[in-house]
Ligand binder design. Structure first.
Ligand SMILES: Cc1cc2nc3c(=O)[nH]c(=O)nc-3n(C[C@H](O)[C@H](O)[C@H](O)COP(=O)(O)O)c2cc1C
Length: 507
């Protein structure tokens, strides 16, 4: 297969799952033209051609029901009125006991008024305290149940006010244990619970022995905790749960526990036991709750900043790397054999909702959320972020092609900026994905789906320009939100703290 994935390859692919995916062009740090400078579709397409990537783009979007993004879908979980999905976006803004605050409620109301008919999980909600990614992450338990239910009803009410009905609005809740990235008690103290000993990530977290590893009986207990959380989710009126398997958190890490001993490590069957047992428990205990899975379908070796002057991301190790689920042994290639097997397993389990994403925001953010400006704990992009967008879209198309029965939601589109609707329309029209997921864009421009579906002109001043402040803020103990563009966050006192965190020398 060619070095680069091309659309025609995708449409004809099938024989090989192995692709390599870095652009042939040597990266030239910080010289990537801003997307906002491309004034016409031709200029944008010229840039894609320069990068030797082939993204489909529909320059003019059809109106009304002829618009591919307006077409409904039906999942086993219910009706989905259009092809926009709001991806889970947490705000690091819950109370320390895991309840939503006004900021959380505002975000969920924005999800409701977006016009998207699929809400993928809202945001990560921990199934128990030790698995919270930060002391302000939402937590599901009896005490917090009514406040989580309120999030759902607020979202629905806002949606109904704006669009008249909620019959075809499908809302799930993302359930998680943050595993290696747990930080339940203090914003500055990691309390990792890992799936296996990882040579690079353990070093980064100061882990020196096996004491942080969850034992088989710890995982047996955690499965029960997921099932209890699922029952509560059903009680709170959500139609489905996302059993999170992405971004380096526990579910995802277990998928690459190739050398973990015992019943949760080694073979594909063992590495998916965690998922399978949760699913079995939920089916036994919940009368109507359905399930979906958000999964990092490929992964790379961890990256790190290069030498001081350039800080361009580079792999933390060269040579053989064995811990990338959906990756190959080079640490920067893709092998979709196991991810496809994973989707086949989901189908056997009766799960049709799948959201594809990749990597981790902690150790290779450039592949997961392509951005021109890195977060404070990141590195300068080692490739034009459009290459990263293309990689996620292409891989998702390959997966969709091989697993056509699944309803597949894609991620990583925000960097397309003004071209998001045009590329989104084309990928849905061509059957490369079923639904276009919106992450960072929903923070800056929540009503983008509604504007697109009404045929209105895009509001350029609201378009996410990937400044990464929504990640830099929480990395510095501040709530997340769109500080550069959302007037509400722009005027918050926290914005000043963020500016100081980004430019400490100016204090
Ligand atoms: C501030 C912020 C919060 C996020 N919260 C979650 C989350 O709770 N759960 C999750 O699965 N992904 C989360 N993500 C990842 C996004 O859902 C999405 O995959 C990513 O931003 C790439 O999509 P985009 O290009 O549309 O932003 C978060 C990302 C950001 C920037």
């Amino acid at each position: 297969m060619s070095h680069l994935l091309r659309r025609r390859d995708l449409l004809n692919a099938g024989e090989s799952n192995v692709v390599t995916s870095l652009s042939r062009k040597p990266p030239s740090p910080m010289s990537y033209p801003r997307v906002a400078t491309f004034k016409t579709a031709e200029e944008f397409l010229e840039r894609l051609a320069e990068l030797e990537i082939d993204l489909p783009l529909d320059p003019v979007l059809p109106e009304g029901s002829a618009n591919a993004l307006a077409a409904p879908l039906t999942s086993t979980a219910g009706k989905i009125g259009n092809r926009f999905c709001i991806l889970p976006m947490e705000g690091w803004d819950g109370t320390t006991d895991g309840q939503p605050t006004d900021l959380t409620r505002r975000r969920w109301e924005n999800f409701g008024r977006s016009g998207a008919k699929l809400i993928w999980g809202g945001e990560a909600v921990a199934v128990r305290h030790d698995g919270r990614a930060n002391p302000n992450q939402l937590l599901i338990n009896d005490a917090n149940l009514s406040s989580l239910e309120e999030l759902r009803t607020l979202l629905e009410r806002r949606h109904r006010e704006e669009f008249g009905n909620t019959d075809d609005l499908l809302i799930g809740l993302q359930l998680t244990h943050s595993g290696r990235y747990s930080k339940p008690n203090s914003k500055t103290r990691m309390e990792p619970r890992t799936g296996y000993r990882h040579p690079i990530l353990d070093r980064r977290l100061g882990i020196e022995d096996d004491s942080r590893m969850l034992t088989d009986s710890d995982l047996d207990q955690l499965i029960e905790d997921f099932v209890i959380a699922a029952k509560l989710t059903e009680k709170a009126g959500f139609r489905w749960i996302d059993i999170k398997h992405c971004h380096g958190y526990l579910g995802h890490e277990l998928l690459s526990g190739f050398d973990r001993p015992g019943k949760y490590g080694g073979s594909f069957e063992n590495r998916t036991r965690f998922l399978r047992n949760i699913v079995a428990g939920v089916k036994a205990e919940c009368s109507s709750l359905k399930m979906g899975v958000r999964v990092s379908v490929f992964d790379f070796v961890p990256f790190q900043p290069g030498p001081e002057a350039d800080r361009t991301g580079r792999p933390a190790q060269t040579g053989e790397y064995m811990y990338a689920f959906g990756g190959d042994r080079t640490g920067q290639g893709i092998d979709l054999a196991e991810p496809v097997q994973f989707l086949e397993l989901l189908r056997e389990l009766g799960i049709d909702l799948v959201c594809t994403t990749c990597g981790s925001p902690y150790y290779n953010p450039h592949i997961q959320r392509p951005a021109l400006f890195p977060p404070s704990d990141g590195y300068q992009p080692p490739e034009d972020p459009l290459v990263g967008v293309h990689r996620q879209i292409s891989v998702t198309a390959l997966i969709k092609q091989q697993c056509p029965e699944a309803i597949i939601v894609g991620s990583g589109y925000s960097y397309l900026q003004e071209w998001l609707p045009n590329v989104g329309h084309a990928v849905v029209r061509l059957g490369m994905v079923d639904s276009v997921g919106l992450g960072r864009m929903v923070l800056s421009y929540p009503e983008l789906p509604a504007d697109v579906l009404r045929g209105q002109v895009i509001q350029r001043k609201k378009i996410c320009r990937t400044f990464s402040d929504c990640t830099t803020a929480p990395r510095n103990g501040i709530v997340s939100g769109c500080f550069p563009l959302d007037p509400f966050y722009k005027s918050m006192p926290e914005r000043e703290l963020l500016v100081q965190a980004k430019h400490p020398t100016q204090m």
